[in-house]
Ligand binder design. Sequence first.
Ligand code: E4P
Length: 228
Amino acid sequence: MRLLIDDADMGEIRRLYDLYPIDGVTTNPSILAKTGREPYDVLKEIRGFIGREADLHVQAIAMDAEGMVRDAQAIVKAFGEATFVKIPCIPEGFKAMKLLKTQGIRTTGTAIYTPMQAYLAAKSGASYAAPYINRIDDMGYDGIHVTKEIQDILAANRFGTMVLAASFKNSQQVLELCKYGVGGATVAPAVMDKFVNHAAVTAAVDVFVKDFENLAGEGTTMAELLKG
Ligand code: E4P
């Protein structure tokens, strides 16, 4: 499962890239708005930091298919071919995905709340289908269940499209989809920080360090002990 950061804050992106095996960054207009910066500057900086091969997802803004195609062409020109253009899964969006497929521009069907949207995105040639788990939960449905159904539909129809699960509220939801073998998860920094958040783990590591220090002296590391 690919693991992406769902945020545009450069401080957070740098911090999480430093710690974890991250495959890329996803943004949407609301995420860009949170930075309070010029969208072009932010996206350029993200691309420069993650490198030109890493996945970057940037959303088209136009509401009609022709406008979405123009947005997509501009996005790929500005941020490189490893950029997936997020297209909302509305009727004009499916038309845009079909057109972009013929142009070799890769798309992510976004704003997915139902399996039918994901099916249509896949059939229209999207590389990814992005269901919004937390938002589906908030509507009174089961976001994880809907996402698993989407995964099953993509597999049963042998679409090349992968699930890029989005809108998580806790790390257990991420793990649940990891077990199910979805293609990717894009996760906000606050949720990623909960991936390893157990007092028992910290306590175990502290005991190891203390035991070693009792043996070799306070503050002594293996590098110091073995430097010869
Ligand atoms: C990502 O592709 C989505 O735009 C995003 O995850 C939505 O997340 P939210 O529901 O936390 O805003």
